[in-house]
Design a protein around this ligand. Sequence first.
Ligand SMILES: [Fe+2]
Length: 193
Amino acid sequence: MSIKPLFDSFRDYLSLRDEPVAREWLDGFDWCLSERNLAPRHVTASRHLDAAADHAGRAEGALLARFSEFAGQLHWKQMYTAEDFGQDFLDNYAHVELIGPEGHFMSEEIAAGLVVYGPGLDYPEHWHVAEEIYIPLTHDGLWSADGAPLAPRKAGSFIFHESNMRHAIRAGSATLVALWVWRNGDLRQKADY
Ligand SMILES: [Fe+2]
């Protein structure tokens, strides 16, 4: 079954962001993307998604509700194995490539989707060639970039990582859910750490 309504909500949310990086990346972006028949793939971490709605931002909550609505049809992925950050990390982290070379909607220009970090999850410093936009959809997460200390960022904050800039993320006492976009790099790369 098509998840086009989720794609439309995702596009509409990003289209309203007025940050220069968002506009540079997305003005002129051709949103007419082919939908792949990607089989649903379930991972244990996606169980956190519904509870995140309680502490989402206002506009972000509507998008989050869309993801919850279609969660059972999504192809959930994990960039890491237990050898990287341990089994507890794997049980509490997962992402969806809604758009991208291997995503639900095909693009070689950008990759974009959603990521879920369960309560208290610590995602150590890592980096990748692609530039990255993160927009937390929930409050209470802690974010660090370029060696700065972890600092809280509210839902709807706009976070930008330059190519190979180190960054780290820690969920607060509740689940952290964020929208992500990659561009200008190997969109299939596993992050280094
Ligand atoms: Fe990243």
